[in-house]
Design a protein around this ligand. Structure first.
Ligand SMILES: [Zn+2]
Length: 479
């Protein structure tokens, strides 16, 4: 019993210290670990299995829109990185350089890709000649490296996994449509699979991607009221094409520059899942992403017939398409419950000799701990229903939490008070000038998260300078 208590007690309460709670969950749920490589992490099987499911779900959705996967080198020669001015300025402070090949110093140093726009441009410049070559709708799954000063597991690490889509189009309209299309893919994925509600919008010029004409984003709210940029989609216009000379002969036989986009989502979404859904017992995984959806925990498993029945149930559930495991280890049931809860497995089945006698089993939901008794032969159907309900409820709970932590301000003092006292999103009007945006960050400690597509006219004045405003912006503290 003392040992069982330890597993749960080792987690700091989230209200007491959210950052420590997060670190505890990451560690206790065995998602990742630190390494001797500073700022980088080992993603352990429980964490990597979540990433594999994210990959699988996203990849399927990408391909439905015509995306094809490719792979490009991880090293970028310095001269390529230099070609687009804004881009190099944006990334130079955080790139890692390779200066030697074996014992020889390289004539030109190369950076480890922080992102691959320049390589794709180099590739497209050689590969695209005619309008018949367009569009190019490519994506690559890879890791990138950014030399971050402060790091946190999943949220910010020097090397992280992601996908980066890079497309080239004949017209500006087509590129813009693709940019929005991929943003919508991300938004639907977050809501339907991760049960994380998002705000869709456009980044201000200050916050947009280095080299982009427009950056669109989905923003989500974590349990502690901080925002997380969850996926971005950029429209480059023909800026990169001009810098790299990517031209094609159009139908009218004229040489034209292509219009490009890029879009990415990373392993930080695992951090988002933890911070949106987790509780003081550990991780809570949405059923659609959970590597294991059901854990069967036998009670008095040494008694004759218990393990046999448990195995029978496992087979039946697996056959119906559920991801199920049976914990038949020597640990006590109480310990197994704590472990299943810590790992966020959405549902457990408790099954003892009495239950078997009565032909039933007890289903326990991870999110609400609600207990449901069901007939053993009806378990496959019943569990599927419970998982769908849990998925649905988790999204609605996250949405209610976000809405309850979204505030409106029409006066500067009111804005300041909310920013100081109430973690969450603040909706307020903005005149569109960067001086006000900078001042708001400086004085109130919040940044513009996005100019949402869904606009509301809260007042006609900028929250900071009082001049006419037409844009409503979501502000907040962010990870
Ligand atoms: Zn202003």
């Amino acid at each position: 019993m003392a040992k069982e208590k330890k597993l749960v007690e080792a987690i700091t309460s989230m209200d007491e210290d959210f950052a420590q709670w997060y670190t505890d969950v990451v560690k206790k749920a065995e998602l990742c670990d630190y390494t001797s490589v500073k700022g980088c992490m080992v993603i352990k099987p429980a964490g990597y299995a979540i990433w594999e499911n994210i990959q699988h779900e996203l990849d399927r959705r990408f391909k439905e829109t015509g995306v094809e996967n490719v792979y490009l080198p991880m090293l970028i020669p310095e001269s390529l990185l230099q070609k687009e001015k804004d881009h190099v300025e944006g990334f130079a402070p955080e790139v890692a350089w390779v200066t030697h090949g074996g014992l020889e110093e390289l004539q030109e140093r190369m950076c480890v890709r922080p992102t691959s726009e320049t390589l794709f441009c180099d590739f497209y410049q050689n590969d695209i000649h005619s309008y018949r070559d367009l569009p190019r709708v490519y994506n690559q799954w890879c890791s990138v490296m950014r030399w971050e000063k402060t790091t946190r597991p999943f949220l910010r690490s020097r090397e992280f996994l992601w996908q980066e889509g890079h497309t080239a189009h004949a017209t500006a309209e087509e590129a813009e449509a693709r940019t929005i299309q991929m943003l919508n893919v991300y938004a639907d994925f977050c809501e339907q699979v991760l049960a994380i509600p998002v705000i869709k919008g456009r980044k201000t010029d200050k916050e947009k991607f280095a080299g982009a004409e427009a950056t669109y984003t989905i923003e989500s709210l974590m349990h502690d009221g901080k925002a997380l940029q969850s996926g971005t989609s950029h429209n480059f216009g023909d800026g990169f094409a001009k810098a790299f000379g990517i031209q094609f002969a159009d139908k009218d036989n004229k040489l034209k520059y292509v219009h490009q986009t890029s879009w990415g989502m990373t392993t930080r979404m695992i951090g988002a899942i933890i911070m949106v859904h987790g509780d003081n017992s550990g991780l809570v995984l949405p059923p659609h992403i959970a590597p294991t959806q059901v854990m069967i925990i036998p009670i008095r498993q040494q008694q004759e017939g218990v393990l046999e029945k448990a195995n029978e149930i496992k087979e039946a559930l697996a056959k119906s398409g559920l991801r199920v495991k049976l914990d038949d280890s020597e640990k006590s049931p109480g310990w197994k419950f704590s472990e299943q809860e810590m790992r966020g497995i959405p549902v457990r089945i408790e099954l003892g000799p009495k239950d078997i006698e009565n032909g039933v089993a007890v289903i326990v939901r991870r999110d609400t701990r609600e207990k449901i008794t069901a007939a053993i032969e009806e378990l496959p159907q019943k569990i599927a229903e419970v998982l769908e309900q849990e998925q649905h409820d988790m999204l609605e709970r996250a949405r209610a939490h976000r809405d309850a932590h979204t505030y409106e301000a029409t006066e500067k003092e009111e804005f300041k008070k909310i920013a100081d006292e109430k973690p969450g999103f603040i909706k307020a009007m903005w005149c569109g000038c960067q001086e006000c945006e900078d001042a708001i960050k400086e004085e109130f400690g919040v940044t513009s998260r996005c100019i949402p597509f869904h606009q509301e006219q809260l007042s006609d004045k900028c929250i900071y300078c009082g001049r006419p405003a037409t844009k409503m912006v979501y502000w907040g503290k962010a990870y």
